[in-house]
Design a protein around this ligand. Sequence first.
Ligand SMILES: Nc1ncnc2c1ncn2[C@@H]1O[C@H](COP(=O)(O)OP(=O)(O)O)[C@@H](O)[C@H]1O
Ligand SMILES: [Mg+2]
Length: 259
Amino acid sequence: MHTIVLATQKGGSGKSTLAIGLALAAKNAGHNVRLIETDPQGTLSNWQSRRGTAEPMVEAIYNVGRIETRLEQLDCGGVTLTIIDTASGVSAITASAIRCADLCLIPSRPTITDIESSAATLKAVRAWRKPFAFVLNQTPVRGRRMDNATQTLGGDDARAMSEMIARPFISMRNDHQDALASGLAVSEYAPGGKSAEEIAQLWRWTEARLNGGAFELDARSEASSPARPEAGTSQAAQPAPAQPPPGRLDGLAPWDACL
Ligand SMILES: Nc1ncnc2c1ncn2[C@@H]1O[C@H](COP(=O)(O)OP(=O)(O)O)[C@@H](O)[C@H]1O
Ligand SMILES: [Mg+2]
């Protein structure tokens, strides 16, 4: 079983929206998916109340000590992917989720303030030496703003860019909001729409990153070059240590050099 954690300091970045979107995209790709909600705000639980009994199931866990044992149970029970949605900030339970993650996804709107506010989350992710990627969300459908955002995150380092920034970017579209309001994911609400296509591709990128493979981005979705994660970056087989190991995982992006 793989575990993905969506975490970031800032509220409204799209953690819950992307957790739901990715969960359904993974389910459509054949995974047995479970969603875990650790945010008392209850976005996922409320979504499931509107949805009814249709899978994937949402489980609320607010007890720090429960995360690890529950993940072991889900793994034994045949779940192949668990996606954990967290509250904004870095609480004890978010830190516990990050500690169990195979991949941390850090959603951010493409603004300097949103990107900078990810620093605390990134510090926790790096402390546990967890693979991570930013997901640029609510991006404008048109314009050059994205060049600035990717420049801020990765600078001129192409390798850092391809590993650190998930593809494609997820555009700002009403489908995401309307789907959630209807107890659906975008792939169910508007299956032929651009939002569903972007999320399906984001799942393929994420799966490739989890498996240490490469993902060829569909050129229809984005003009920029495909992300090529390095082999062997998944840490699925490694048990989480009791304490964060010392030292840094990787190079510094220009904006987080102070961490
Ligand atoms: N790509 C998107 N396009 C349009 N609206 C979005 C998108 N992503 C998220 N939203 C909306 O932004 C708001 C905050 O998203 P949410 O997932 O609840 O953020 P978080 O969980 O990080 O607080 C919600 O109303 C959601 O529907
Ligand atoms: Mg949320």
